[in-house]
Write a protein that binds this ligand. Structure first.
Ligand code: F6P
Length: 339
């Protein structure tokens, strides 16, 4: 059997561990031939591929990013949805010309949706969930998330000492476009006083009252964690950290500073947990191919390695809710979610 592996969407720590997990299991356990497709789905169209061997898959376990390169896949998805049947035929032709028996697509929500569309076209595909945001539906966790939470928690830890020295409010903006999992987990682990998540919304008066009541209790500084995807009332294009810092300073009179952590959360070496998660998800993808279980996404369900049909994953998001245990526990301890 010959399989192809591609990575699509935003990169994250742990992709290379996953490529290695798929490739080494496919080669050593199942005797499959493996190729890597460069730069996401566009590499499939351009047949831009490299051979992956046991030797070439060595030494990449701890590397950040993706050795295959990645890209957002808007154009490719347009081709699948095109009214012109010839576009879909081109995709199938490229797959066939590469001599593939299965294509493994490593990516987030958008990628899993595209992978499902390919499965609907009749191609043999298997998905593997990947994103720092941890919002892929159908799996309890995605690799990249643990590393991002570690980086973000360290950043919040570092803000504490400077916030306390200057008696300031520090607002830190973390990644998470639709889902606030990074902000929730890093905020709780970093001892934030206020955590603002896209899913829960916010009331500015609640935020201001919380900061003022901390001052009355003799707590001269506050740490506010905000997820980048929160909807700022007024709908301007300003970064949430800048908006909240300005409003808090204006309404409390306390000196306030903002930090936008940005792509640092996505870069660098994966945590041991993410390496092992990618290794397990990758190995299971090779098992699914061996068993002919196409159209599935490798997943962790109730702490066990498992799989879920791509048809169930496509178009959905896994989001924080009011009864997420960490939210409930935070509220019980007096941490404000701005609501
Ligand atoms: O999905 C991961 C993520 O890092 C989001 O948290 C963020 O909103 C987005 O990707 C940034 O995307 P891009 O790499 O296209 O700037």
């Amino acid at each position: 059997m010959k399989i192809g592996i591609l990575t699509s969407g935003g990169d994250c720590p742990g992709i290379n561990a996953t490529i290695r997990g798929v490739g080494k299991t496919a080669i050593n356990n199942y005797g499959m031939e493996v190729i890597g497709i460069r730069n996401g789905f566009s590499g499939l169209l351009h047949k831009d591929v490299i051979e992956l061997t046991d030797a070439s898959l060595s030494g990449i376990l701890n590397l950040g990013g993706t050795i295959l390169g990645t890209a957002r896949e808007k154009l490719f998805r347009k081709m699948i949805n095109s009214p012109d049947e010839a576009d879909r035929e081109t995709i199938k032709q490229c797959y066939n010309e590469l001599g593939l028996d299965c294509l493994v697509c490593i990516g987030g929500n958008g990628t899993q949706r595209t992978t499902w569309m390919l499965s609907e076209l009749g191609l043999n595909v298997v998905g593997i969930p990947k994103t720092i945001d941890n919002d892929v539906w159908g799996t309890d966790v995605t690799f990249g998330f643990d590393t991002a939470v570690n980086i973000a928690t360290e950043a919040i830890d570092r803000l504490h000492s400077t916030a306390s020295s200057h008696r300031r409010v520090m607002v830190i903006e973390l990644m998470g476009h639709h889902a606030g999992w990074i902000a929730l987990n890093a905020g709780m682990a970093g001892g934030a006083d206020i955590i603002l998540l896209p899913e829960l919304g916010y009331n500015m008066k609640v935020i201001i009252d919380k900061i003022k009541s901390r001052v009355e209790q003799g707590k001269a500084y506050s740490i506010v964690v905000v997820a980048e995807g929160i909807d700022i009332h007024g709908g301007n294009n300003e970064r949430p950290a800048i908006y909240f810092a300005r409003e808090i300073e204006a309404q409390t009179g306390i000196e306030t500073r903002e930090t936008v952590l940005g792509y640092i959360q996505r870069g660098g070496s994966p945590s041991p947990a993410d390496r092992n998660l990618g290794t397990l998800l990758g190995g299971h993808a090779a098992d699914l191919i061996h068993r002919g279980q196409y159209g599935k996404m490798s997943a962790i369900i109730d702490n066990k390695i498992s799989e879920v049909p791509l048809s169930e994953v496509a178009g959905k998001l896994r989001l924080v809710t009011h009864d997420t245990p960490l939210v409930e526990q935070g509220k019980r301890m007096g941490i404000s979610f701005g609501i």
